[in-house]
Design a protein around this ligand. Structure first.
Ligand code: ADP
Length: 341
């Protein structure tokens, strides 16, 4: 309700602004034309021998250009305002989500501790409590780390350890690490295809990408997760297709899911919690590697495919990729020097 009100307000304000500047344009033309006529009449009376060839086109065009510039500026101001309002709303959602995500494991740890403190708990139950507390503490740790990493990413302090890797080997390694971390059963992961080329990656940053994609594939699958990773290439790019057979994403959200704090209200899986930062983060990391990521799904319950495209080493985006390698070499040199001191 609130959302539709602010949208209506924006639309009305935009229409009003457009009418205002069109009115201004009309007034300007009216002012110019009437002044020109008065000047011509006064001029004719004062010195009829001087013939005025043509109206001053420069003043006329100048005025119109100015008014059009004001309109363009207004358009950008409105666009920024809309983006700002949207971000504020998403940020509010994020705060609500994150507060819940932080509070619920903390309250459960508190409850177990209080119980252990006031009651004599049998050993078996005590061990159960400890195991559950560890699980909640891990959840908290993961969440806090993800918030910290996001802020590092915002300041571009992440992804500064670039090296050249063999594409097939490194992707296999990263995907298997994620599968291990999320304890995927062996038959849940299927890797095929080959790109057989070289690429430049920051291994830790790319691990975050695959961890997020794997985590999402698990979260957004109702049945036991099934992930397939396909490698391919074209003359310039190396491609990784990461697919799951989960709940899918309707087409209108294919781009939105990469925006900061954006979450789709999944009524099918209402209990899945998240911050709406994972895919934003994934997209930013891929961008820092000179690549891009897109999502594609044939619709609800039809699974989701993420396609990552990265430049092939020495073939595409040479200048940018070499600058990443140079930056890493410089950082490593500084580290060796400070270690030696
Ligand atoms: P979070 O998972 O914390 O909500 P993300 O940025 O990782 O945030 O994802 C944004 C949204 O994209 C999710 O809320 C979810 O609705 C949708 N989404 C992401 N990955 C998948 C997937 N594999 N299948 C279906 N929906 C997905």
């Amino acid at each position: 309700m609130k959302k539709s009100h602010s949208l209506l307000f924006l639309i009305l304000a935009f229409i009003f602004a457009q009418i205002a500047w069109m009115g201004l344009l009309g007034l300007w033309i009216y002012w110019y034309v009437s002044n020109y006529i008065i000047f011509e009449q006064v001029g004719d009376k004062l010195s009829p021998q001087i013939a005025l060839d043509s109206p001053n086109v420069f003043v006329f065009v100048g005025g119109i250009v100015l008014i059009v510039l004001i309109a363009v500026a207004m358009f950008f101001i409105f666009r920024n305002l809309t983006v700002h309002i949207k971000l504020t709303k998403l940020y509010d959602n994020f705060i609500a989500n994150i507060t819940h995500e932080l509070k619920s494991p903390l309250s459960s740890i508190q409850l177990y501790l209080e119980t252990l403190n006031v009651k004599e708990v049998p050993l078996e139950k005590r061990n159960d409590f400890l195991r559950l507390m560890m699980k909640d503490a891990n959840r908290l740790n993961k969440l806090i780390n993800s918030i910290l990493e996001i802020s590092r990413l915002e300041q571009k302090r992440i992804a500064h350890d670039y090296h050249v890797y063999d594409t097939d080997e490194i992707v296999l390694q990263l995907v298997r690490n994620s599968a291990e971390q999320f304890k995927l059963p062996k038959n849940a992961l299927n890797i095929n295809g080959s790109a057989s080329c070289k690429c430049v990656l920051d291994k830790d940053a790319m691990q975050i990408v695959f961890d997020n994609l794997t985590d999402n594939a698990i979260k957004y699958s109702k049945q036991p997760v099934e992930i397939s990773v396909k490698l391919a290439r074209n003359p310039k790019k190396f491609m990784i297709e990461f697919s799951d057979k989960g709940i899918g994403i309707s087409q209108k959200y294919h781009n939105k899911i990469f925006q900061k704090f954006n979450r789709i209200d999944n009524k099918d899986i209402p209990n899945v919690k998240g911050t709406g930062l994972g895919l934003y983060w994934v997209k930013e990391i891929i961008k820092l590697h000179g690549g891009k990521i897109t999502a594609y799904s044939e619709g609800k319950e039809k699974g989701t495919n993420f396609i990552i495209e990265l430049p092939i080493y020495m073939t595409s985006k040479k200048f940018y990729i070499n600058s990443l390698l140079r930056r890493t070499a410089k950082k490593e040199k500084i580290m060796v020097e400070t270690d030696g001191e």
